[in-house]
Design a protein around this ligand. Structure first.
Ligand code: SF4
Ligand code: SF4
Length: 93
């Protein structure tokens, strides 16, 4: 039997990015955040931090799981589903 790991499974998904991000951050709240858990809870690594400790979002890779919204202790994430017809398309379950 062939084993399929999570990376291979994610590679089966397709993404149709919208023009505008469905995720928005309140950077002021992020600057005061000590935990920065968005950096490690997201399975798609959508959140990154630059040398100035600013958080960035690559919304195009979002799996729409909602984890970051629940995990953020400061409610700094404005989260909406992407516009109809855009976003992730899951394949094979
Ligand atoms: S999104 Fe939430 S968890 Fe991430 S840095 Fe901003 S406040 Fe912190
Ligand atoms: S919804 Fe899920 S995949 Fe999308 S940014 Fe949040 S944690 Fe990452």
């Amino acid at each position: 039997m062939v084993e399929v790991n999570i990376k291979d499974k994610l590679a089966l998904d397709t993404f149709k990015p919208a023009k505008e991000s469905h995720l928005k951050l309140n950077q002021e709240l992020c600057r005061g955040c000590k935990v920065r858990c968005c950096l490690f809870v997201c399975p798609a690594r959508v959140y990154t931090m630059d040398e100035q400790s600013e958080i960035h979002i690559e919304f195009e890779a979002c799996l729409e799981c909602g984890t970051c919204l629940i995990a953020c202790p400061h409610n700094a994430i404005q989260w909406n589903y992407p516009q109809g017809g855009f976003g992730v398309q899951f394949r094979y379950g």
